[in-house]
Design a protein around this ligand. Structure first.
Ligand code: LLP
Length: 430
């Protein structure tokens, strides 16, 4: 009934693999993120199999879910990582991902972050994805000061419309990302003149949650042409990084089949004979996790009914930020004949935007019931905050009929551990 094989009803109870969610709630409380290890494995293997026979580096986009338990599992499965900060770089290394399989992207890398990546594991990372000319200069300076030359890909903005939500589209000319396609040859020439850089790659990423292959096809064609022009201009392009963006099913979308996506790569990119890097985030984790929550109150107002949950926008900001749809289902299997009634499903945070769903048809739900907000594996925990002094929700990994708490719920001491009372205050004297 959830449409997700890893989260199905058994004996009237929603389970994560073999574990009833009520058991997890009893042990860790709610809200809590619950991940299925089998789902991570399945998504990774499905992607890897679609690209079988091609020289591909699957660099998991850490921003989608930076839990060490998730990173470790992908590391074990053979993934590399796409990181966008010194913090993500250190997490990936800590999780056992070799620096030689790490790609560093992002529009605003600081010189300190560049140095960290150059020094990682003594050999440095696989590739820097550079987004601007000042960044080229800065990276060359840092590399030179450390006595090395670093492999660079320029992120090309192909000016393709990804037809996704405006806040997650990145490949249009008006977006802040990358270098215009028309300037690519000039910028590569500039990079080649800088002593700290080796211009060995091309990078594109046009947006996230793409549910149509056409923008990918247009982009790959442009990239292939560009690689040919760059080679003709004398650049030794060895790696094409195609970014992430493959959509998943949240509701009634029909995301592209991953094999069809791989076929596009085979058609347009494989003939170039380069290594191919992919940066999937959402595809690998989005449907591998849910947010387990409990109904604190059912509030019957004159015009509508609100289900007030113990999870809020600080735990899952996607509906508030992108009008994103997440399916929400009761943990106790509803009676199939029960009538569906429209309800507003909201969190406890003091913001009207703290709304998960409006006029959502739901079976009867009572105070104290558990609900599961589905497809919360990507951009949920990683975008969480402690707004309203709410503790970060714990994370649980399920494996068969076992589960492990991979991040506990912080206490108020944990939440204030970094705070320092100024010397002049009474707390400092106490
Ligand atoms: N590579 C680059 C350069 C990116 O900017 C991103 C995502 C990815 C890879 C991974 O994209 P994915 O495969 O996950 O679509 N918070 C938003 C999504 C932001 C995506 C940012 N960049 C959301 O919750 O929908």
């Amino acid at each position: 009934m959830t449409g997700l094989p890893w989260f199905a009803y058994r004996d009237g109870q929603l389970c994560a693999e073999g574990v009833p969610l009520t058991k997890i709630a009893a042990e860790v409380g709610t809200p809590a993120y619950v991940y299925s290890r089998a789902a991570l494995d399945d998504r990774y293997k499905t992607l890897a199999e679609a690209f079988a026979g091609l020289p591909v580096l699957i660099a998991y986009a850490v921003k989608a879910n930076a839990s060490l338990a998730v990173l470790r599992r992908f590391g074990e499965l053979g993934a590399g990582a796409d990181v966008v900060s010194g913090g993500e770089l250190q997490l990936a290394v800590k999780a056992g991902i070799a620096p030689g399989r790490i790609i560093f992207a992002g529009v605003g890398k600081t010189r300190e972050e560049m140095a960290l990546a150059i020094k990682a594991g003594n050999t440095g990372i696989a590739q820097f994805n550079v987004e601007s000319e000042p960044e080229l200069q800065a990276l060359s300076d840092v590399a030179q000061s450390l006595g090395v030359q670093v492999p660079v890909a320029i992120r090309i903005n192909p000016d393709v419309d990804a037809k996704t939500h405006k806040k997650i589209t990145t490949g249009k000319a008006e977006n802040k990302f990358g270098i215009p396609h028309s300037r690519a040859l000039d910028v590569y020439a500039e990079g080649a003149r800088l002593p700290g850089l080796k211009m060995t790659g091309v990078h594109v990423h046009i947006g996230s949650q793409l549910t149509d292959l056409t923008p990918f096809a247009e982009t790959f064609e442009r990239v292939a042409d560009l690689v040919k022009s760059l080679r003709a201009a004398g650049h030794d392009i060895r790696r094409v990084d195609l970014g992430g963006g493959l959509g998943i099913q949240y509701n009634d979308e029909t995301p592209p089949d991953v094999r069809a996506y791989a076929d596009l790569v085979r058609k347009h990119i494989a003939p170039l004979g380069c290594e191919i890097a992919l940066e999937p985030g959402r595809f690998l984790v989005g449907n591998a996790g849910l947010l387990l929550t409990r109904v604190t109150f059912v509030k019957r107002a004159e015009e509508k009914t609100f289900l007030i949950l113990d999870a809020g926008m600080n735990d899952l900001v996607r509906p508030a930020m992108y009008e994103a749809y997440h399916r929400i289902v009761p943990v106790k299997a509803p009676n199939p004949d029960a009538p569906l009634m429209p309800v507003d499903i909201v969190g406890p945070v003091c913001e009207t935007g703290d709304t998960f769903a409006q006029a959502r048809p739901m079976p009867p739900v009572e105070q104290g019931d558990f609900l599961a907000i589905l497809s919360a594996g990507a951009y949920s925990s990683s975008m969480a905050s402690m707004y309203n002094a709410r503790p970060l929700a714990p994370e649980v990994m399920v494996h068969g009929d076992r589960f492990a708490i991979t991040r506990r719920r912080p206490s108020i001491e944990d939440m204030t551990a970094l705070e320092i009372a100024p010397a002049w205050s009474s707390e400092a004297k106490a």
